[in-house]
Write a protein that binds this ligand. Structure first.
Ligand code: DC
Length: 222
């Protein structure tokens, strides 16, 4: 990792970006940031405060002022809002349903993106999200775009939840994923799409380890 500044990994919901990104960061001995956490935190806080999810100016103000902190730990990062641990709450079905709408707002993105760039500027990092290769770290030399069919992603999400003791309706999960994909890729500001210079990896039929190996063979990492 001599002059390497950042690795950008993008892809749709439940494409395995987080599991893969964490492992790549481990292999390279650098930091990891899941950028969806900030949009989820803003959404959770908006739901708690009863903010109208169509009110862009209120949501932008909330995104500007929210006090988010990330604390690394042995079982992954914990996300705090104003000192309170909300790591599990930001993954609730209510946040899942609302987060794409909130993150589509330019005012919200204008508050969140500079914070993510500041974090990246502090040293080598693997960042995962929707607009990392296209916007947040558009100068990155290593850009990855992970694809997988909606059915495979829904199946992975259901199994992942089962492992943590939560049972979800598979059809509902699939519907939610398709809806979020649509909002994330059709929004005007920073839509989900591969950067022109991204290495696209179709992960249907690949496990986390195999995707990590492909990324590690990227010419920018050798
Ligand atoms: O990766 P995730 O499911 O935690 O992301 C939650 C939402 O946040 C997703 O629907 C789109 C948005 N998001 C974004 O717009 N840009 C990012 N870099 C990361 C996430």
């Amino acid at each position: 990792m001599t002059d390497l500044i950042a690795i950008a990994i993008d892809g749709p919901a439940a494409s395995g970006k987080t599991a893969v990104g964490r492992k790549v960061a481990e292999r390279l001995g650098c930091r990891f940031l899941d950028t969806g956490g900030a949009y989820r935190a803003v959404t959770l806080e908006a739901l708690r405060q009863g903010v109208d999810l169509d009110d862009e100016s209120k949501l932008s103000e909330l995104a500007e002022n929210i006090d988010i902190e990330l604390i690394g730990g042995p079982d992954g990062d914990r996300l705090l809002i104003a000192g309170a641990d909300v790591t599990d709450d930001i993954r609730s079905p209510a946040v899942d349903r609302a987060v794409s709408q909130v993150s589509a707002m330019s005012g919200v993105r204008a508050a969140v993106v500079p914070q993510q760039r500041r974090i990246a500027a502090q040293g080598p990092i693997v960042m995962v999200g929707r607009d990392i290769g296209t916007v947040v770290l558009s100068d990155s030399k290593v850009k990855i775009y992970m694809e997988a069919s909606a059915e495979i992603r829904a199946d992975r999400r259901v199994r992942e939840m089962e492992r943590s003791g939560r049972s979800l309706d598979p059809m509902q999960v699939l519907e939610d994923i398709v809806r979020r994909d649509r909002i994330d890729s059709e929004r005007e500001d920073s839509p989900l799409k591969p950067a022109d210079d991204a290495l696209c990896i179709d992960t249907d039929g690949l496990d986390v380890g195999q995707v990590v190996e492909r990324i590690m063979r990227h010419p920018g990492l050798s």
